[in-house]
Design a protein around this ligand. Structure first.
Ligand code: ATP
Length: 453
């Protein structure tokens, strides 16, 4: 097995062929870096989000959930610093008519002659960097007039800060505690590309963890440990993950310390998730702009402080790309090439495929019965079309960990074969035990077969 066969071309083509993701508005020629998710893409994204919620809400008791509006009061973005500072340095090449981010020239080089230094080569004629605000602006109400301008949120985090007060009251929470949300964000990115890695519309999973200021370093370390562990628990190979601390110039306007969790994508090491110590910047800014007190007060001791905030912020789409890239594999079975997604079973869009060996002798009827039984407890798929080997390949390609085959023996003793996507082992099991067996397997720790050993 080779862990390094994946390329972006192969991934994009698999995603299109099998309905994970399509270029948006394709019949009109596509819309710059917008993607639509198809059936298996939706299932995979749902599984990623479910695992994130599980880690944040179910496996801990110090985080609460939120779902805030995409369009917030415009003052939000003045207070947060986004109106003034959420900019990227834009460079134009007068020769190539292409645009770049000055800080990402290595990623998206000028088409004619790659240059890391503006104006350095004779052919490239690069402008000096200009600041370009990444927020999408729109208007609220039918008439465009003064004061009607609003923004599509560029991050979900601000909705959390605006609601902080409520959580102290209804949640009766005392720091340390967190508020988590998953939702769409929008950024008018200058350079997009690499498929769903950087798009203008994307989903974020963000959690703001409010802590007493003196404990901020401790909690920053805590989340620096937790987040890579979450990815590794879901099968990402540890040698494809690394933490990289931002240096002083790279830090965002709100942050006193940030580390990027990077993944070794087919196009190199790049940010997967950001883990930041935002200090008390956001709560203090919103307190100033709103005139409201946003602080924790201990009514018994009289202690009061503005909590510091530790934030792990991850894109759902970017996580999906990393899970897909890490899972993609090719091998050979009996002289035939196969493409297989070695996804963690919890993430796999379909957990089990139910396949009658032949389309006669009562096998399809019994297979439908097994399918109906299994779909009560997990995402199952029934497929009777084509040779059995072809049907296995189709399931391998979308990462289905197990296939149940109904054959002539099933009609005699109600046992089926269960085939494993990775080991290819086939074992016989009674129909009546299947549901419990798959539930057991889903709870088992899982390790990527691409790691070998
Ligand atoms: P980058 O440097 O790649 O532009 P960022 O540092 O601006 O990212 P953050 O503001 O820290 O990103 O956002 C948190 C997370 O949201 C990122 O780690 C990434 O997973 C995701 N994300 C941010 N921008 C995009 C985008 N344009 N498309 C897809 N996901 C994104």
């Amino acid at each position: 097995m080779n862990g390094d066969v994946v390329t972006m071309d192969k991934l994009v083509s698999l995603c299109k062929r099998r309905g994970f993701a399509f270029l948006s508005s394709e019949i009109y020629g596509g819309l710059g870096s917008s993607y639509d998710y198809g059936h298996y893409g939706v299932l995979l994204k749902n599984n990623i989000k479910a695992q994130w919620w599980r880690a944040m809400l179910q496996e801990r008791d110090d985080i609460l959930a939120l779902d805030s509006a995409i369009i917030q009061h415009p003052k939000t973005w003045e207070a947060s610093g986004h109106v003034q500072s959420f900019t990227d340095p834009l460079i134009d090449c007068r020769t190539c008519k292409l645009r770049f981010r000055a800080d990402k020239l290595e990623e998206a080089q000028c088409g004619r002659k790659p240059s890391k230094h503006p104006g350095e080569t004779p052919e490239c004629d690069l402008t000096a960097p200009r600041d370009f605000n990444l927020m999408f602006e729109t208007t609220i109400g039918p008439v465009k007039e003064a004061g009607s301008a609003v923004y599509l949120r560029p991050e979900t985090a601000q909705g959390i800060f605006l609601n902080f007060k409520h959580y102290l009251q209804f949640g009766r929470k005392k720091p340390p505690f967190g508020i988590a949300q998953i939702g769409k964000s929008f950024r008018n990115e200058i350079t997009t590309g690499n498929f769903i890695f950087r798009t203008r519309e994307f989903e974020q999973m963000e959690m703001e963890f409010f802590v007493p200021p003196a404990d901020a370093d401790h909690w920053f370390e805590h989340w620096l440990e937790q987040r890579p562990a979450w990815f590794e628990g879901l099968g990402i190979r540890p040698d494809h993950l690394r933490l990289r601390a931002h240096d002083q110039e790279e830090l965002s306007h709100y942050s006193s310390a940030t580390s990027d969790l990077e993944y070794l994508h087919p196009f190199g090491w790049t940010e997967l998730e950001g883990i930041a110590n935002r200090g008390d910047f956001d709560l203090k800014q919103h307190a100033t702009y709103s005139g409201q007190k946003l602080e924790y007060v201990d009514s018994a001791s009289g202690e009061r402080y503005v909590p510091y905030v530790i934030e792990p912020a991850l894109g759902v789409d970017r996580a999906m790309l990393a899970f897909l890239a890490d899972a993609y594999d090719e091998d050979e079975i009996e002289g035939e090439r196969r493409t297989v997604l070695r996804l963690h079973p919890l993430l796999a869009p379909v957990k089990v495929a139910v396949l009658p060996l032949v389309r006669k002798d009562g096998q399809p009827e019994l297979a439908r019965e097994v399918y109906l039984l299994l779909r009560e407890v997990l995402q199952a798929e029934y497929d009777e079309g084509g040779a059995i080997g072809r049907r296995y390949r189709r399931q391998d390609e979308i990462g289905t960990p197990w296939a149940v085959t109904i054959d002539h023996q099933t009609l005699e003793d109600r046992t089926v074969t269960v085939r494993d996507r990775d080991s290819l082992a086939q074992v016989r099991a009674p129909i009546e035990e299947l549901a419990r067996e798959f539930e057991r397997r889903l709870r088992e720790p899982w390790r990527s077969p691409k790691l070998g050993g």
